[in-house]
Design a protein around this ligand. Sequence first.
Ligand code: BES
Ligand code: MN
Ligand code: ZN
Length: 497
Amino acid sequence: MNIHILSDIQQTAADVLIVPVFEFEAATSDGLKAFDEAVSGALSDVLGTDEMHGTAGDLVFLHSAGTLAAKRLLLVGVGEESAFSTRRMRQRVGQAARVAARKGVTSLAVAMRGNLPADAAASAIVEGVMLGLFDPAIYRKKDENAKQVESLTICVNAEAVEAAERGASQGRILAEGTNFSRTLSVEPSNKITPTTLAENAQRMCEANGLSISVLGPEEMRAKGMGALLGVGQGSDEPPRLIVMHYKPENPTSDKRLAFVGKGITFDTGGICIKGRENMWEMKYDMSGGAAVVGAMQAISQLKPGVEVFGVVAAAENMPSGKSYKPGDVLHSYDGQTIEVIDTDAEGRLVLSDAIAYARQDLQATHIVDLATLTGAVMIALGTERAGLMGTDRDLIAAVQAAGDIAGERYWELPLDPDYREQIKSDIADIKNLGGRFAGSITAGYFLREFAHDTPFVHLDIAGTAWLEDEAAEMAKGASGFGVRTIAHVALNMAAQA
Ligand code: BES
Ligand code: MN
Ligand code: ZN
């Protein structure tokens, strides 16, 4: 997509010019007056009618663009001005872009409105458009005549041009990383296996100057990664540990960040097999890993001054004569023995070896993992927020702050030592299943036992990584949740060092 920043709204030529409107805003307001005059009062006619109160999600096309170079205006309600945010901007611009795209337009413009910092607002606009226009139907025949949005112009005040340019290029990088991650997640498990996930990561790293190493079963056996191997052993597809590395040219921080992703390319449950209902969706059980791959792409382009590792524990969880079974004891890389109570609690197993690897081999000073770990987190938080657990207040705050910038919301769950009782094993150091209650927390507690004293945050994205239904601002399917949060964690950590 071609992206331009312009400070002359009159001269902005586009098929559709998207204009955010605040709730109960008058056409005579400072921000709207010029538009209303350009369209000879057409704005006054529609504002305040039931079609357009400026309530979040209201949409109206104005076909007479008057003296404007744009062909049509698309007014989009963004809610109360006092509650306006980059998140709202991203969502409503995404919604408007999707509606406009369905009409076959090829060029879009967005008028930047509100008192947001121009760089953050421009980033949100680009993200909204690019995330909104992402089409997950990657295996559907393309209609040769279908038109695509090819250009986006953002109109800003003259003094904001430079900041908006900076923000727009950041937004493009973040959106591309997010959409790359979404593609990996919607890809089915006959296309994305641990091997091809690693190949995708390899191609991305080569294209972006990152180094990468990929461990297969032999290397894992040599190192003693019994947990990752155990989960992978039931499948004909061999597991992979994917290790990507970004090293800044001009470091501003001596921290070593590790992002660790769950990369279960299909989760049947293994011997504790799942029911048939919605099992197909378990192709997205590698979304944490996909988020890490997408974020590493973005980080390689944003170039923060901090060292970042991206680690993906990739395996396929299958039932077979070779599968690991309930009751088995696995010898993890960390040295702890793990009693397997349920083969469907496989995510924490593969992650335990990846976290230990980040700590021991990569000497990470901070570890953040992303995983579609538990159905329980969907019961607790639904699809609105991801679960967050951690051992270090500063790192927790850093992730929360990054999530606020990214427009991705988290809710902290406690990791009190009392929860450790539930994962005490009668035969081994730890077991992979707690009781009926607090399922997301006992899963998180399991992981923290492998991070030891290294500051650690766990993000359970089971509810947020996949949209069952289409949202106004986004297609159904993979959301790419977490990519932008962790990219901002890296940016902020470098900036605050
Ligand atoms: N991948 C699932 C969690 C999941 C469920 C993600 C639904 C997305 C949507 C995970 O491996 C799993 O099977 N979790 C079990 C844990 C249980 C066996 C302790 C669950 O949540 O039921
Ligand atoms: Mn499972
Ligand atoms: Zn799983």
